[in-house]
Design a protein around this ligand. Structure first.
Ligand code: SAH
Ligand code: SF4
Length: 373
């Protein structure tokens, strides 16, 4: 089996080139061809010696994931379903905004955390993606969008690890992928514009702060342990106090001076004034009176098996106002790509089911651009 060069960060590719008896700077050239130019054919890489290209052709390849479906929403959001084999698929979503382009990337097929309000969690865990499979989502999205828009300019300015899976439970594949995102010879994204979202894997938050301190979002969803134990089962292992301690430690290394807390608004479950009051107390007890976190309230995207409902808009506003009045910066997430089921927690991936679902959606409401299987 030959090696997929998408699996390497620059250090790994350099070691690989050295094994082939090549100079280190060749790795940088190759890396730039792959990630900056989107090349997958060694013959395109005209500034590499023919002998090196031949060597690479016989031992390596640059292969993204097969695209099962690609859908474009009326608001410009694009969702891809990628086949990762054995009946599994993962999704990535591109969200264009006036001043940025954000790609939401998956880290696992399924997820072992099993949050009650998350359809990925309800599927269970299939497997970790490897570094190449995480990066393939960005590589494909960036370069296919450039082609579509007829530009050589960078399209994706922000990456959020908020697709399927718990990124900090796939740490060893995640970190090299993040390094490629940040590398000036790769995607050159700033640490502030790459966000890892976690349900709270405390020891790995500490490791991330040392290995690759990108922006951090923490999925809190509840202001007390009994409720969080129920919604996010990982809380039984790392309860709220330990999680918030880890957030404070992370802040010393973080590229921004705040942590973002995500809070999914569930009707009658975690959206009462009492819950807002408890959150305010949690926040005030830390940070020495300084503002150290923000809240992002996410209206729940319902799916039948959850047995949960979305909080009313009035309740979300009331909750947001309570937090804001207490001096906590609070935003309510806009839902984007609703017509293509591209919203948080709707990313689910049995390839057979999803292919059928995607085909159904395509017929009903979306513009299928192409379907490659
Ligand atoms: N596993 C990581 C990242 C992926 S989930 C994490 O949990 O943080 C990305 C975000 O979507 C998380 O905040 C998650 O709690 C939220 N989410 C999951 N299911 C949702 C749903 N049905 N409606 C709204 N948000 C949801
Ligand atoms: Fe996993 Fe995140 Fe979904 Fe929880 S919300 S089940 S951690 S993907």
């Amino acid at each position: 089996m030959t090696t997929n060069l998408l699996d390497f960060d620059l250090e790994g590719l350099t070691a690989y080139c050295e094994q082939l008896g090549e100079k280190r700077f060749r790795a940088t050239q190759l890396f730039r061809w792959i990630h900056q130019r989107g090349a997958s054919d060694f013959d395109q890489m005209t500034d590499l010696a023919k002998s090196l290209r031949e060597k690479l052709k016989s031992r390596a390849h640059i292969t993204a994931l097969p695209v099962v479906t690609e859908h474009v929403s009326a608001d410009g959001t694009v969702k891809w379903l990628f086949d990762v084999g054995d009946g599994n698929a993962v999704e990535s979503v591109f969200i264009p905004e006036d001043d940025r382009g954000t790609l939401c990337v998956s880290s696992q097929a399924g997820c072992a955390v099993g949050c009650r309000f998350c359809s990925t969690g309800h599927q269970g865990f299939s497997r970790n993606l490897d570094t190449g499979e995480i990066l393939a989502q960005l590589w494909y999205a960036e370069h296919s969008l450039r082609k579509r828009f007829g530009t050589e300019d960078r399209i994706i300015s922000n990456v959020v690890m908020m697709g399927m899976g718990e990124p900090l439970q796939n740490y060893s594949a995640l970190v090299p992928a993040l390094r490629v995102m940040l590398d000036d010879h790769g995607y050159g994204l700033s640490r502030r514009r790459v966000t890892v979202s976690t349900s709270g894997v405390v020891p790995m938050m500490d490791r991330l702060s040392q290995d690759c301190a990108v922006a951090l979002a923490v999925s809190l969803h509840a202001p007390n342990d009994p409720l969080r134990d129920n919604l996010v089962p990982l809380n039984r292992k790392y309860p709220i106090a330990e999680l918030l301690d880890a957030c404070e430690r992370y802040l010393e290394f973080a590229p921004r001076d705040f942590i973002t807390f995500e809070y999914c608004m569930l009707d009658g479950v975690n959206d009462q004034p009492e819950h807002a009051r408890q959150l305010i107390e949690l926040v005030r007890a830390r940070g020495d009176g300084k503002s150290w976190c923000k809240f992002n309230l996410i209206p729940f995207n319902p799916f039948p098996a959850s047995g949960l409902l979305r909080s009313s808009a009035a309740r979300v506003t009331e909750f947001a106002t309570m937090l804001s009045n207490a001096g906590i910066v609070t935003t309510v997430r806009k839902t984007r790509g609703d017509d293509i089921d591209a919203a948080c927690g709707q990313l689910a991936g049995d390839v057979k089911d999803r292919t059928r679902a995607a085909e159904r959606m395509a017929k009903q409401r979306t513009i299928p651009l192409k379907q490659v299987s």
